[in-house]
Ligand binder design. Structure first.
Ligand code: A3P
Ligand code: MG
Ligand code: MG
Length: 355
């Protein structure tokens, strides 16, 4: 039997929250409009409220869509870490290095004997799940590709490539006709901690409210953009609160303080926008009868799991973290390769670290 961590009984995670470090940006990088890596903040976007009433499907046929069927591993994150370490002359101290999106998913880990573990998602598994999801679509409403486009369209409608004061009125008013391109991204790399584990996380940030502070490590007014179906019935409210908890986890991990939700109707017309403070979400969800979720339990679970992972992955090689089914109480970890780093670490990173 491989070592396993049980998510049950949930009571063992109830109680005051374990300490959480405020995420601090240590580095960043961008993907340009061709999804080429750039070691800077050139793809950073500035939030500027969108106009209501816009059809979010408009421009779907000119969508420049990133092909994510290729496994990008941790490549860009590692590239940015190498540049950061070369610049500062110090190695990062995090126990775990991963994409933010990986934090709650299954993955593989390649530990470096003395210092860090690098965790990535099992790409083949992700592609398979996506195919199954597609097949499960009963064919009512717009196709899933169009609904997915709404999220990116909302980003284009709500952001500017430069601060408002430097942007022409024509551009702001013409955002509805801008080509939507999701190859372009800004990624923030933060040092954070949950319980006893120091983490280095990389993740996409949609926009900034004002501009980056001069001082490194200061809180940054990031904005996460989301689209969601308008709330018309009590059932819609339930669904929205379940989404809020996902928004909270995603935003809290990178230290994103504000979430802007664009509500759309069933046809994809933008009908309303709402600003939500990330730190208010736990209270909002808890205030409801039979709250489906508790942020402290979530943090305590993550803290316990990460500590267990750090102790369990105590040797080099490639390890797999897996849950047999989505509802299985056990998360198992087993070694799949005795030595090396599989495809997880790039040659560039290994060569740098050997020096
Ligand atoms: P919405 O979340 O507004 O629907 P993010 O919110 O993380 O910035 O992602 C931007 C958009 O990418 C999403 O917009 C959605 O369209 C798409 N997206 C993100 N994760 C997805 C997933 N797991 N499956 C399908 N689409 C996804
Ligand atoms: Mg995003
Ligand atoms: Mg978003």
């Amino acid at each position: 039997m491989p070592p396993s961590f049980s998510v049950q009984p949930v009571m063992r995670f109830v109680g005051a929250s374990q300490p959480v470090k405020r995420p601090k940006e240590i580095a960043c990088f961008s993907y340009d409009e061709n999804h080429e890596f750039r070691p800077d903040d050139s793809s950073l976007k500035y939030y500027y409220p969108p106009q209501l009433g816009v059809d979010l499907s408009r421009g779907f046929n000119t969508f420049v869509k990133h092909d994510d069927s290729q496994d990008e591993h941790l490549d860009s994150l590692l590239k940015a870490i190498v540049l950061h370490e070369q610049e500062t002359g110090t190695k990062i101290d995090a126990k775990m290095v991963t994409w933010r999106g990986m934090m709650t998913k299954s993955g593989q880990a390649a530990p470096n004997p003395s210092t860090n573990s690098f965790i990535e998602e099992n790409h083949a598994h992700k592609m398979l799940s996506r195919q199954k999801e597609r097949r499960g679509n009963p064919g009512r409403g717009p196709p899933p590709e169009v609904m997915q486009f709404w999220g990116y369209k909302f980003e284009t409608l709500s952001t500017l490539p430069a601060p408002w004061a430097e942007t022409s009125r024509d551009f702001i008013e013409g955002r509805e006709t801008q080509v939507v391109n999701n190859k372009e991204q800004y990624c923030s790399i933060v040092r954070t901690g949950i319980g006893k584990t120091v983490l280095c996380l990389g993740g996409e940030v949609d926009a900034i409210w004002d501009s980056k502070p001069q001082e490194k490590g200061s809180p940054i007014n990031w904005v996460e953009l989301k689209t969601s179906a308008e709330i018309r019935h009590p059932g819609d409210m339930e669904t929205f609160h379940r989404k809020l908890m996902k928004y909270w986890i995603q935003s809290f991990l990178l230290g994103v303080p504000k979430i802007i939700v664009g509500f759309r109707d069933r046809d994809g017309l933008l009908v309303d926008i709402k600003e939500i403070e990330t730190q208010q979400i736990p209270q909002t969800v808890n205030a409801r009868p039979n709250a489906p979720w508790n942020a402290d339990v979530c943090v305590n679970f993550a803290a316990a799991f990460l500590e267990w992972l750090t102790q369990t992955i105590n040797d080099e090689g490639v390890w797999r973290i897996s849950r047999r089914t989505a509802h299985s109480p056990l998360i198992e970890v087993y070694k799949v390769e005795e030595t090396g780093h599989g495809d997880i670490l790039t040659d560039e990173f290994k060569n740098w670290r050997i020096k």
